[in-house]
Structure formats: structure tokens, C-alpha cells
Design a protein around this ligand. Structure first.
Ligand SMILES: CC(C)(COP(=O)(O)OP(=O)(O)OC[C@H]1O[C@@H](n2cnc3c(N)ncnc32)[C@H](O)[C@@H]1OP(=O)(O)O)[C@@H](O)C(=O)NCCC(=O)NCCS
Length: 127
């Protein structure tokens, strides 16, 4: 069953109304997240978008790893903002992934308009 799902064409599956299948089985590390992200990036490039952008939280180590490995960089780190957001959305848990308190927002982005992507500066930070 999974081999069928992993080898699907996302646009075809979306056209058939099967988006929920891909979303539901994300998180089990079999390539669905990568396939969805690649499809989103392709659509965004076709639409002329200049960057992809997302917000995750400090406890979501899997997402932090996943998006960095796929070209995203941290564009903002907002300390303690989840406490304010929790006042508006009380259903956000206090404790998140890996039993880590959910405290901070991490904003990440991937620029699509830079031919070589982000330049990683090593060593002295470019000074
Ligand atoms: C982050 C997430 C989207 C990845 O989706 P996925 O379909 O599981 O990922 P894929 O199978 O396409 O890619 C494999 C990636 O999973 C992660 N991964 C694989 N095995 C893992 C493990 N045992 N433990 C933790 N992460 C693992 C790695 O980042 C891996 O990428 P890498 O091979 O480049 O290191 C998924 O963890 C998820 O759905 N999380 C819950 C929802 C969520 O947090 N979404 C993001 C909100 S900002």
C-alpha cells in the first residue's frame, strides 16, 4: 500500500481529491513530506513566487531538521511568543514533541529567486 502511495503523482492525486491521504500519513518518514514539499516548490516557482515561508515551534525537531535539509534557513526566532499565542488558542499544548515545552516560534524561509540558494558562510562568519 505504501509503495503505491509514495509513487503517486501529487497533482493527479489532488485532482482525485486524495490530499487527505498524504497529509494523514506524514510523520512516518517514508517520503511523503519530501514529495509534498517538492510539489509545493514546483507550483510556487511556476507561479513566480520568490520564497517559501513557514513557522514552526522550538519543540519540533523533526520539522527543523527536515526543512533545513531541504534548503530552508531560519529567518526569525521569536522567544516566548507561544505563550501569547496560547492565550488566543488555548488548545496549543504546553508540552510538545519529545516532551519539550512549546515556547518559541521559529520562522524559516527558502528563497526561490537566488540562483544558488543561500550562501553558507563558514568559519569567522564572513568578517
Ligand atoms: C517533518 C515532517 C513533515 C517530515 O515529513 P515526512 O513525510 O516524515 O518526511 P520524509 O519521509 O519525506 O523525509 C524524511 C525526513 O524525515 C526525517 N526523519 C527520518 N527519519 C527520522 C527519524 N527516525 N526521526 C526523526 N526524523 C526523521 C528527516 O528529516 C528526514 O529527512 P533526511 O533524510 O533529509 O534527514 C514530519 O515529521 C511531520 O509530518 N511532522 C508532523 C507535522 C509537522 O510537524 N509538520 C511541520 C510543521 S512546521
Amino acid at each position: 500500500m505504501f509503495s503505491h502511495i509514495v509513487s503517486f503523482s501529487i497533482p493527479d492525486e489532488l485532482a482525485k481529491g486524495n490530499m487527505a491521504v498524504g497529509v494523514m500519513i506524514m510523520g512516518i518518514f517514508i517520503g511523503i513530506g519530501t514529495a509534498l514539499l517538492e510539489a509545493v516548490e514546483a507550483e510556487a516557482r511556476n507561479a513566480g513566487c520568490r520564497k517559501l515561508w513557514l513557522i514552526t515551534t522550538n519543540d519540533n525537531l523533526d520539522a527543523f531538521r527536515f526543512f533545513q535539509r531541504r534548503g530552508f534557513v531560519v529567518s526569525a526566532f521569536r522567544l516566548g511568543t507561544m505563550n501569547e499565542i496560547r492565550r488566543l488558542k488555548p488548545n496549543i499544548p504546553e508540552i510538545g514533541c519529545y516532551d519539550i515545552p512549546v515556547r518559541d516560534e521559529i520562522e524559516m524561509e527558502k528563497r526561490l529567486d537566488l540562483a544558488g540558494g543561500w550562501r553558507v558562510v563558514r568559519g569567522n562568519g564572513g568578517r
